[in-house]
Design a protein around this ligand. Structure first.
Ligand code: PFF
Length: 454
C-alpha cells in the first residue's frame, strides 16, 4: 500500500483518545486489581508505577517512532527499517501475541455483556456476598452463555474494524473515554465511603516491601506492558496512522497518565469494596465481577432505581472500554494480514474474527467443562494470559528497546521524537539511555530471576 493511501487519525485529540482507548480496558479495571490483590497490594503498585515510568513510557515512545516512521503494520515496519534482518520476527511475534490476547480477552469482554443484562434486570438486588460468588462461578462454568456473549463481542469488534480507522476507532473513543472516567470517580467515592472500607484503602497505600520478590516484579512488569498495550506492535500500528505533527513523547505521557489514573481509580473501587464485604483481595480474575455488584447493592440498595442506573452505566462503559481495546488488538492482526498477504481489509478482518472466536471458545470452556485440560498446570485461559502478558509482551518490549536504542539510525529516532527538530526534547538523552541500557537490563534481570532461566 502506498504511503499516502493509508488512513490517518483526524485530530490530535483523536490520536490520544484512540491510543488511550487501546490502553484503557479490562487490563486496568479487571486485571490490575486482581494482580494487585494477588501480589500483596501497595508494594506491587509502587513497583508497577516504576515500570510504567521507567520502562513503559520510553518503550511507548520507541513504538510510536517505529510505527510512524515506517507507516506500515508492525511486521512490515521492521522490514522497512531493517531490511533483510531477523528483526521482522519481533513484529510477527507481536501479531501472534495480539491474536492470542484477543482469544481470551474477548471472553472477559463477553462477561461484561452478561453483567449489563443482570444489572438491567436488577438481579443484584438482595444477594449476599456468597451468592454473588456462587452465581459468578456458575456463570463462567456454563458451557453456553459465556461463549455466546464472547461471540457477540467479537462480532461488535468486527463491525467497527471493517468501518476503518477514523470513523470506527476514533469516533467511538472520543465519547467513551471521558464518560468512563467520570463514572469511575463517582464509584470510587461510593466505595471508599462503605463501612469497613478503610482496610481496603490501607491495603492500597501501605506498602509491605518484604512481599516484593521476583514474582511481584514479573507480575508488575507484565501488567505494565499489558495495560499500556505495549510490546506487541499495537501502538506501533496505531502510530502508523498518526499525523506528522503528532507529538510522540507528549502523547506517550498522556496515554501513560490516563491509563495509570484509571487503574488506580479501579483499585480505589475494588479494594475498599472487597474489604467492606469480606471478600479476599486475592480472589483472582473473579474479583471485579464479585465485588462490584456488591458495591451497587450496598451503596444504593435503598434506592433501587439508582442502583440499576449506575450499574448498567458501569457495565456498559466497561464493555466499551474493552471494545476500544479489542479493536486495537484486532487491528494489529488485520493490518498485518491485509498488507502482507494482499487480502482485502474485510477479508482479513473476517479471518481474524473467525480465528479469535475459535480460540475464545476454547478459553471460555477451559474455565468450566474443560477445566481438567491444563498446560503447564494452567487452564488454557490462564496459560494464554501468562504466555502473553508475562512472556511475550515484556520480551517484545525488550526487543523494541534494543532495536531503537542500538540498531535504528539515531537520526531517524531523533527526527521522529522531535518532529524533525521542531519540538524541544530535553529528555532525549535520558530516553535513549533507558532504551539502550535500563530497559534491556531490567527486563532481562526480571526474566532470568523469575523464570529460572539460569
Ligand atoms: N491495554 C489493554 C487493557 O489494558 O485492557 C489490553 C491490550 C490491548 C493489550 C492492546 C495489548 C494490546 F496490544
Amino acid at each position: 500500500m502506498a504511503k499516502n493511501d493509508r488512513a490517518n487519525f483526524g485530530s490530535k485529540l483523536g490520536v490520544i483518545l484512540a491510543s488511550a482507548g487501546s490502553a484503557v480496558g479490562l487490563g486496568n479495571i479487571w486485571r490490575f486489581p486482581y494482580e494487585t490483590g494477588n501480589h500483596g497490594g501497595a508494594a506491587f503498585i509502587l513497583v508497577y508505577l516504576g515500570c510504567v515510568l521507567f520502562l513503559g513510557i520510553p518503550i511507548m515512545i520507541a513504538e510510536f517512532s517505529i510505527g510512524r516512521h515506517s507507516r506500515a503494520n508492525t511486521a512490515r515496519a521492521y522490514q522497512i527499517l531493517a531490511p533483510g534482518t531477523p528483526w521482522r520476527w519481533v513484529g510477527r511475534m507481536g501479531v501472534l501475541a495480539g491474536f492470542l490476547i484477543l482469544g481470551y480477552y474477548s471472553v472477559v469482554a463477553g462477561w461484561t455483556l452478561e453483567f449489563i443484562c443482570e444489572a438491567a434486570t436488577n438481579s443484584f438486588a438482595g444477594k449476599s456476598a456468597t451468592e454473588f460468588i456462587s452465581s459468578f462461578n456458575g456463570f463462567v462454568a456454563n458451557p453456553w452463555r459465556p461463549v455466546l456473549w464472547m461471540i457477540a463481542f467479537m462480532l461488535a469488534t468486527h463491525l467497527i474494524i471493517v468501518k476503518g480507522v477514523e470513523k470506527g476507532i476514533e469516533r467511538s473513543a472520543k465519547v467513551m473515554m471521558p464518560a468512563l472516567f467520570i463514572l469511575l470517580i463517582i464509584l470510587a467515592i461510593c466505595a471508599v465511603s462503605l463501612p469497613g472500607a478503610g482496610a481496603g484503602i490501607e491495603f492500597l497505600l501501605k506498602p509491605d516491601f518484604s512481599k516484593v520478590d521476583g514474582n511481584v516484579l514479573l507480575g508488575a512488569m507484565g501488567q505494565a506492558f499489558f495495560s499500556l498495550s505495549l510490546g506487541m506492535g499495537c501502538l506501533c500500528t496505531y502510530a502508523s496512522y498518526f499525523r506528522n505533527d503528532t507529538n510522540l513523547p507528549r502523547t506517550a505521557l498522556n496515554v501513560g497518565f490516563i491509563d495509570t489514573m484509571v487503574a488506580i481509580l479501579a483499585g480505589f473501587i475494588i479494594f475498599p469494596a472487597a474489604f467492606s464485604v469480606g471478600i479476599e483481595p486475592d480472589a483472582g480474575p473473579s474479583l471485579l465481577f464479585i465485588t462490584l455488584p456488591n458495591v451497587f447493592q450496598q451503596a444504593f440498595g435503598s434506592l433501587p432505581w439508582l442502583a440499576v442506573l449506575l450499574s448498567v452505566m458501569f457495565y456498559v462503559l466497561l464493555a466499551l472500554a474493552a471494545l476500544t481495546s479489542t479493536i486495537s488488538l484486532h487491528e494489529v492482526v488485520t493490518a498485518y494480514l491485509h498488507e502482507e498477504f494482499n487480502l482485502s481489509r474485510s477479508k482479513a478482518a473476517r479471518l481474524v474474527t473467525l480465528g479469535c472466536t475459535i480460540l475464545g471458545i476454547f478459553s471460555s470452556l477451559s474455565l468450566g467443562v474443560g477445566k481438567e485440560y491444563t498446560l503447564f498446570g494452567m487452564t488454557l485461559f490462564d496459560f494464554f494470559d501468562f504466555l502473553t502478558a508475562k512472556i511475550m509482551l515484556p520480551l517484545g518490549g525488550l526487543f523494541i528497546a534494543v532495536f531503537t536504542g542500538w540498531f535504528l539510525d539515531k537520526q531517524i529516532v531523533w527526527e521522529e521524537m522531535s518532529n524533525r527538530g521542531t519540538l524541544k526534547l530535553p529528555l532525549y538523552k535520558a530516553i535513549i539511555f533507558i532504551l539502550k541500557f535500563v530497559a534491556p537490563v531490567a527486563i532481562g534481570f526480571i526474566f532470568v530471576n523469575e523464570l529460572g532461566i539460569i
